[in-house]
Design a protein around this ligand. Structure first.
Ligand SMILES: Nc1ncnc2c1ncn2[C@@H]1O[C@H](COP(=O)(O)OP(=O)(O)O)[C@@H](O)[C@H]1O
Ligand SMILES: N[C@@H](CCOP(=O)(O)O)C(=O)O
Length: 317
């Protein structure tokens, strides 16, 4: 469980009142998650019980958060099933709890499917493309804070912890991605606000129908192709070996393209972006592993998984 900051009932009750969401009935720390402090909150208003998620942001600042919160609001208003941040009487959706920036969003129904079939991947692919198109007219800009600049900063910090073969792979892949990023083909790729972390555990299904996607706190402006690659690297692989699963890959890609066909440049750069997606999460997992933060209880994700995913993508090239 990742509860970095303990929130008292009084403080939670006060916030829910200020947002007009009713009386606090229940407050429960959420198991899972590695970035932020999350609580499920139950309130009651006019005899009706409702469920919310209270998030305290542990790394992101007041200045960075409006991009994510207004993006969720923008997408929700366009009918994309994402959490909708709740406003106070002044229309403010970024709050402060225990001295930390905080938000309250509606709890989406359903549960994550951790062993997805092609049918699940198809729904995810179509939703991803709809989300990209719905974000096109979002008017705030913020780079992907876990993009190339962060990889270049972070790799030197983690290299001393690695075996020589791992260090060589990480260094070579980072050089390759710097090279790709400088090419006109990459720079011409369609881009916009992207989720950038849409793993199996950030989507919910109810009766096998995709009921929503959440955890937008790694979102940023980046190529749509990178977002697609991140999804393929998680939803459409064998988690033990990192190998691509052809049926799920085909289903996700076909559904994505039924909403937004890829350009020729995107098709050509998809293998490179799948390598980029693997590199991004290898770096962040190594960083969390070797430079952990204190938390009430925190299980960092296994970095070697994304080393295998990267090696599997390289073997395909
Ligand atoms: N809006 C939401 N609706 C339903 N469940 C949610 C929502 N937001 C978070 N959760 C639950 O909280 C867990 C942790 O949230 P997550 O955003 O992944 O945390 P972190 O950002 O710390 O990684 C999720 O696995 C999910 O069960
Ligand atoms: N999806 C990332 C980690 C991000 O954590 P999340 O709980 O916020 O999705 C990974 O698997 O490394």
């Amino acid at each position: 469980m990742a509860v970095f900051t303990e929130v008292g009932r009084d403080e939670a009750a006060d916030l829910m009142q200020r947002l007009g969401l009713g009386e606090l009935v229940d407050l429960r720390g959420i198991l899972g998650g590695i970035e932020n402090t999350n609580y499920f909150v139950t309130t009651e208003r006019d005899g009706e019980r409702r469920e919310w998620v209270l998030t305290l942001f542990e790394r992101l600042t007041h200045a960075q958060l409006p991009f994510y919160l207004y993006l969720m609001q923008h997408l929700a208003a366009k009918g994309i099933p994402v959490p909708d941040p709740q406003a106070d009487a002044h229309g403010e959706i970024l709050h402060t709890v225990c001295g930390k920036p905080a938000a309250v969003v509606n709890r989406l129904p359903g549960a994550s499917v951790l062993d997805p079939t092609p049918a699940h991947c198809r729904q995810l692919g179509a939703l991803l493309a709809r989300m990209h198109l719905a974000g096109q007219d979002y008017d705030r800009e913020q780079p992907n804070l876990r993009g190339l600049a962060w990889w270049n900063e972070t790799v030197p910090v983690i290299l001393p912890h690695l075996e020589p073969a791992q260090a060589a792979l990480l260094t070579a892949e980072l050089a390759y991605q710097n090279h790709i990023a400088a090419t006109p083909a990459y720079q011409g790729l369609p881009r916009g606000p992207v989720h950038a972390d849409l793993f199996r555990d950030n989507a919910l299904f109810e009766d096998d129908r995709l009921s929503g996607v959440f955890d937008f706190y790694f979102a940023g402006c980046d190529t749509w192709l990178f977002d697609l690659a991140v999804c393929l690297n998680d939803w459409c692989i064998d988690l033990t070996s990192g190998a691509a699963d052809p049926a799920r890959t085909h289903a996700l890609l076909e559904a994505y393209e039924s909403v937004r066909p890829l350009t020729a440049a995107e098709r050509a750069l998809l293998p490179a972006m799948r390598r980029a997606g693997a590199l991004r999460f290898w770096i962040s997992r190594l960083w969390d592993w070797y430079l952990p933060r204190p938390a009430a209880a925190l299980q960092p994700h296994d970095p070697t998984h994304f080393e295998r995913v990267l090696r599997a993508r390289l073997a395909e090239c």
